[in-house]
Write a protein that binds this ligand. Sequence first.
Ligand code: SF4
Length: 253
Amino acid sequence: MKSLWVFHVNTGACNGCDIEILDVLTPYYDVERLGVKLVPTPRHAHALLVTGPLTRQAYHAARMAYEAMPPKPRLVIAVGTCACSGGIFHDSYALRREHRESFEYPLRGGASEFLPVHLYIPGCPPRPEEILYGIALLKNIVEKKVRGSWFSESAFVLPRESFNAWVEVLLRARIRKELGYFDGYPLLRRFMELVESSESKEELEKLVQKAISEESDSRLRYGLEKLYSYYLEVVRTYESILAAKRALVRLPK
Ligand code: SF4
């Protein structure tokens, strides 16, 4: 999922968690760079952000918000210890609890009393970094966005001889603009392997079409199409320069 639109519902929180949610929206933490947007209606939301221990008063409003969400993906994120398990209010008379046959200890509370919670972010309140980390986990982008990764070009050697290597240099700048270096460079290497393994333009076209049809990620499919069209453009330019040189110095064909 590239973006995650969330609707926030307070089910009896002390406002501590709500302030932290506002914090991650500020330019300092800027959760929108992960594609997360706070929306004013549950009808547009992919995820319900629940704070608070789920009081009886808030139960019906939260349930209505949940039911108003589109059926897929309909995620629920419990933010704060109260939303996860009732927190400091766990034994309060004001909490809504599922009817149970026997007395349980500790008493339960929180969003999981009536919602299938997909992600728990505990903390009283959780720090903004913890909320960001939880969202990155949910979106499966921890590797890219949260863990530090440093790009280094030290291993790259500027090619001097091979035509394909020069083409790769030209395509690197273009694919970086399209997909960024994190996704773009591995995709370029994949594309160049196709180029190196094909004997003719027709064979390359077939290999590229096959790779595009087998690729499940639409961004990478788009990247392969772009790389192929850039590659053809570079080859055409090279051939026209060569033809002009031949005409000038009367090189043999
Ligand atoms: S987890 Fe702590 S900060 Fe959040 S609502 Fe509960 S008491 Fe307040």
